[in-house]
Design a protein around this ligand. Structure first.
Ligand SMILES: [Zn+2]
Length: 164
């Protein structure tokens, strides 16, 4: 476990106390930037600064969400729903995204990685049947037979619906 708060704790180097501060920082994720407020601790006596992993994670999450909204990128859940609506496994889906590593696709679906706009367009492109078939032929992926095309289309629509 990481330390969740240093507020009021002792800076052993000088005997001062750490106080919570907020700074505005520009964070870059997958080549896109967002300005976020990030908390950190500063020693009131000597000015020494300390940043916890939690503080960094919170700021990174906030930046990711800002960028996702600003660039209209698919949410992790939407990517998974889109893939499942096509009946594709993660390795197949990765192949159809021009051989994107499987671990990256897993990261997109778990919200560990944020796809850039090109990758987002690549993912959405798979909803077009013609594009899907072309890419499958090129990548040597056998597409599953769609038993119920209407249900698949509805699932795909749901995946693309803006999240509340
Ligand atoms: Zn100090």
């Amino acid at each position: 476990m990481s330390i969740t708060t240093l507020d009021g704790s002792l800076h052993r180097g000088c005997g001062g106390r750490y106080a919570l501060q907020t700074e505005t920082v520009t964070m870059r994720i997958s080549g896109m930037a967002a300005e976020v407020a990030r908390e950190f601790y500063r020693c009131e006596k000597c000015g020494h600064e300390n940043r916890t992993i939690d503080q960094r994670d919170v700021a990174e999450k906030s930046a990711t969400e800002q960028i996702r909204v600003a660039h209209d990128l698919l949410a992790p859940k939407a990517i998974r729903q889109l893939r499942e609506s096509l009946g594709l496994t993660i390795p197949q889906f990765a192949e159809l995204c021009y051989g994107t590593p499987k671990g990256i696709v897993e990261g997109w679906e778990k919200g560990k990685y944020l796809q850039n706009r090109d990758a987002d367009a690549l993912i959405r492109g798979l909803l077009d049947r013609e594009t899907l078939e072309k890419r499958a032929a090129k990548a040597g992926v056998t597409l599953p037979v769609i038993v119920d095309p209407a249900a698949a289309a509805a699932a795909a629509d749901a995946a693309l619906a803006p999240t509340a």
